[in-house]
Design a binder for this molecule. Structure first.
Ligand code: F6P
Length: 337
């Protein structure tokens, strides 16, 4: 029976297991034997694998995290691509679930001719070429739930709050989180930051006896932002914590110091949103179908709610930022609050 490998890399989210389940079941139906590599690229380099069998994973789709484990190990930087290709020498294909870093390794491997198929998965929703990444809608749900629980204290104490969300260099989580909760404002890397404008907005809310609920994307571009450390072997910076600096700056600008809440990994877990789970099931099956047709070097992508595939080479080195149209739409809603 021809073998197909499957791995998950980068930050986890709640829709990965549904993609693993769907891809495994479909691959078996196409007549493949499925091998899951543990802990991302690290497990593939060190040949740490487990058999994936549909009867064992047929109900993992609502579990958060990843059944296979993950890591941010970068085999390109570690010079391990040859070892990976050796370990895959008797494989008919590889399915890779992850964000832009993980998919950049998939693109590199695809150059060898091995049928590699990517599935975009990151709560940041910033993989180029797809309208959605797995995990995003669940993370937005977690943000909306958290704000719903914070707002009672925010209102009871008339306390302004900064709620910091993830997203690295993109503001998808902040814009959607703000739009779908009771928040009044979002600060995102896609827009220049102005302390003056923020102060004005908070003062305007005060005139309505309304304490501010502000969503801060961790990648917001504060002009005098303290330098972040390099966090992983893909060269990503650790952005978390910027909202503490912003709270100080607002206090120095004469406002009462807002309370800061960093949602951190609370955004990554919990039961997947139904839309995410369904998309993961669809993407998993689509990836299997592409492997079956030996169409490698591609990523499954959502376009106008249809699944298609695009070359991995086109995805790499680009980032899907929040379009101005969506930013304007969201702000139009928030301004009325
Ligand atoms: O890439 C997904 C992400 O959740 C980012 O939003 C965040 O900056 C980063 O991962 C955090 O990384 P770590 O898991 O290493 O803390």
């Amino acid at each position: 029976m021809p073998k197909v490998g499957l791995l998950t890399g980068g930050g986890d989210s709640s829709a990965i297991n549904a993609a693993i389940e769907a891809a495994t079941i479909a691959l078996e139906q196409y007549g493949f034997q499925v091998t899951g590599f543990k802990n991302g690229w690290d497990g593939l380099v060190h040949n740490q694998s487990i058999p994936l069998k549909s009867e064992e994973i047929a109900n993992i789709r609502q579990l958060p995290g990843t059944y296979l484990g993950t890591s941010r190990f970068n085999p390109i930087r570690q010079g391990k691509i040859e070892e990976i290709l050796n370990n895959l020498s008797d494989f008919a294909g590889l399915v890779v679930i992850g964000g832009d870093d993980t998919l950049s390794v998939a693109a590199e491997l695809a150059k060898s001719g091995l049928p590699v198929v990517g599935i975009p998965q990151t709560i940041d929703n910033d993989v180029w070429g797809t309208e959605r990444c797995l995990g995003f809608e669940t993370a937005v749900t977690r943000i909306v739930e958290a704000i719903a629980e914070l707002v009672s204290t925010n209102v009871s104490h008339q306390k302004d709050m900064l709620v910091e969300v993830m997203g690295r260099d993109s503001g998808w989580l902040a814009v959607y989180g703000a739009m779908l909760s009771g928040a009044h404002e979002f600060l995102i890397p896609e827009e220049p930051f102005s302390l003056e404008n923020l102060k004005e907005r908070i003062e305007q809310l005060r005139t309505k006896n309304q304490p501010a609920m502000i969503i801060v994307a961790e990648g917001v571009d504060l002009p005098n932002r303290k330098p972040a450390e390099i966090q992983d072997s893909f060269g990503n910076q650790a952005f978390a914590g910027v909202s503490f600096q912003l709270a100080e700056e607002l206090a120095e600008a004469g406002l009462s110091k807002p309370r800061t809440v960093v949602l951190s990994y609370l955004q990554r877990g919990g039961k997947p949103a139904v839309s995410d789970e369904l998309l993961a099931l669809r993407m998993g099956r689509k990836a299997a179908e592409l492997i079956h047709r030996s169409q490698g070097g591609v990523m499954v992508a959502l376009k106008q709610n249809q699944l298609t595939s695009i070359p991995l080479a086109d995805v790499i080195g680009r980032r899907q930022r929040v379009p101005q149209e969506i930013i304007d739409f969201a702000r139009g809603l928030l301004v009325m609050r």
